[in-house]
Write a protein that binds this ligand. Structure first.
Ligand SMILES: *[C@@H]1O[C@H](CO)[C@@H](O)[C@H](O)[C@H]1NC(C)=O
Ligand SMILES: *[C@@H]1O[C@H](CO)[C@@H](O)[C@H](O)[C@H]1NC(C)=O
Ligand SMILES: *[C@@H]1O[C@H](CO)[C@@H](O)[C@H](O)[C@H]1NC(C)=O
Length: 456
């Protein structure tokens, strides 16, 4: 069908975008299955109405991160193996060829590509490297240390991200040493923080993580997912604590099934230092289903409230409310968010929820969609001259901060209540195909898999 002027005009009115939205602007077919790729895992998957999925690769080594290079080829960070490159068969949409680009078993999560596609960044626990990348031959040269001296233990992921509009900035997330890392209240420990480094000034031997660069928040237990909104500002999705008990007036309540909530935090403009404290390891977030778990004498709590596990005469929940930056939205406790990506028009953020070990019944093991809205404030809102002047555009979830249902499932494991990491989907890396027709989602469970997820 050709786009008539009237349809384009109504689409523009509805979406405010310069480009018409098409249902399938796809350059490659959607395979229902791929030759030689057979499901090795017992779980069954379901998608929300309007969505479809297909398994396109199996037998990967813990695929943690995935992205497209400028030639439409997939780069996959396989933990314990290294970095692999994959071409797509234009006739089928299946994987045509695969090769190992970096053989390094220490690589375990982080993967980023410079906006011009010419530099690849990868990380182990202590180190982040850059490589010059030639997409035409899928080769990497000139390995260079860009960040060094990161905590060699603790939560292992070192998520890497480069703002699309600031190719000289490298954002590196580093989680806590353990569940409750008391020392990390001091951000100079270099843990439970997100930091930013200027790649145009990298000193010989690389930036030293703990003492150089600037902050993009601290008191962030394990901010594995870093996501850019339409302003190129950063949202972090946090893996919060396990096994929490709340002790008040000598009475102990096990609140851990639904508390603390996983957090969607606004970390802001990465070119500006953000030294806000996000609460860890002292203040936590009341989760969906959480208020009921507290003692009747406790609270009252609303979802999203900040609390401490052992209120005392000098530090209580009110102290947390006053000092801790709360999340903009909560996600079910123990879901374990791993990665996130916005769609083309920043209307939804897609987040992979790896799945729980610390909750009965189990939760997560799915991909969710968080609807976002764009707000334009200030002068120059109208048309013509002056349009856009003094305007402030912001992005935030549609749901209110205390809404426990601010997201919806789009791909999930059936019978999730009995899931465990050995048998169920373990969604991890997410990326969009460059034509925006589909997402690629890795699963790093007992068998490493790659799925496509798309709207019918
Ligand atoms: C998956 O679905 C098949 C067919 O309905 C069923 O036989 C099998 O038990 C299911 N597997 C699990 C783990 O639920
Ligand atoms: C290797 O990378 C470093 C750091 O980016 C750069 O300064 C140097 O010019 C590169 N060398 C070559 C041969 O490309
Ligand atoms: C009160 O709680 C705070 C925060 O957990 C803690 O740092 C402080 O040591 C506690 N004070 C007392 C007297 O226990």
């Amino acid at each position: 069908m050709r786009w008539s002027t009237a349809i384009v005009a109504s689409v523009l009115a509805a979406f405010g975008s310069a480009e018409p939205i098409r249902r399938h602007p796809s350059s490659v077919p959607f395979p229902a299955s791929c030759p030689g790729v057979t499901k090795q895992t017992p779980f069954n998957l379901t998608t929300a109405p309007g969505w479809k999925h297909a398994l396109i690769a199996t037998g990967l080594s813990r695929p943690r991160a995935v992205l497209f290079d400028k030639a439409g080829q997939l780069l996959v960070l396989e933990a314990g193996k290294g970095l692999t490159g994959h071409t797509l068969d234009p006739a089928t949409g299946c994987i045509a060829t695969s090769k190992t680009l970096i053989a390094n078993p220490a690589l375990n999560h982080g993967l980023a590509l410079s906006p011009d596609g010419k530099t690849v960044y990868v990380s182990s626990m202590p180190t982040a490297w850059s490589y010059a990348y030639d997409a035409s031959t899928m080769t990497l040269t000139n390995q260079t240390v860009v960040v060094r001296g990161m905590n060699p233990g603790g939560h292992p992921s070192r998520t890497l991200a480069i703002p699309p509009n600031k190719p000289n900035l490298l954002i590196v997330s580093l989680g806590s040493e353990d569940n409750i890392d008391h020392a990390s209240i001091n951000k100079e420990t270099g843990r439970a923080i997100v930091k930013v480094f200027d790649l145009s000034q990298t000193p010989a031997g690389g930036w030293t993580y703990n003492t150089q660069g600037w902050y993009l928040g601290y008191g962030l237990r394990n901010e594995i997912a870093l996501v850019f909104d339409g302003n190129n500002h950063v949202w972090g999705v946090e893996n919060s604590g396990d096994n929490l008990e709340r002790t008040i007036n000598g009475q102990v309540a096990d609140v851990h099934h639904d508390n603390p909530a996983e957090e969607l935090n606004y970390l802001g403009d990465p070119s500006i230092s953000n030294e806000q404290w996000y609460g860890y390891p002292t203040c936590w977030t009341v989760g969906p289903g959480g208020p009921a778990a507290f003692l009747p004498t406790d609270g009252p709590f609303t979802v999203g409230d900040q609390f401490t596990v052992t209120p005392n005469s000098t530090f209580n929940d009110a102290s947390c409310e006053a000092q801790s930056t709360p999340p903009r939205l909560t996600i079910q406790a123990h879901s374990a968010p791993m990665d996130g990506k916005f769609d083309k028009n920043f209307k939804n953020m897609y987040v992979s929820l790896h799945g729980s070990w610390n909750r009965v019944p189990a939760t997560g093991y799915k991909v969710v969609e968080i609807p976002f809205k764009k707000t334009v404030e200030g002068k120059g809102k109208g048309k013509g001259k002056g349009k856009g002047k003094d305007q402030e555009v912001t992005y935030e979830p549609v749901a209110a901060q205390d809404d426990p249902n601010g997201y919806r499932d789009i791909l999930w494991t059936e019978n999730v209540a009995t899931c465990n990491a050995g048998i169920c989907l373990r969604p991890c890396g997410i990326t969009w195909h460059p034509d925006w027709s589909r997402m690629y989602v890795t699963s790093d469970g007992s068998v490493g898999e790659l799925y496509i997820l798309y709207k019918e």
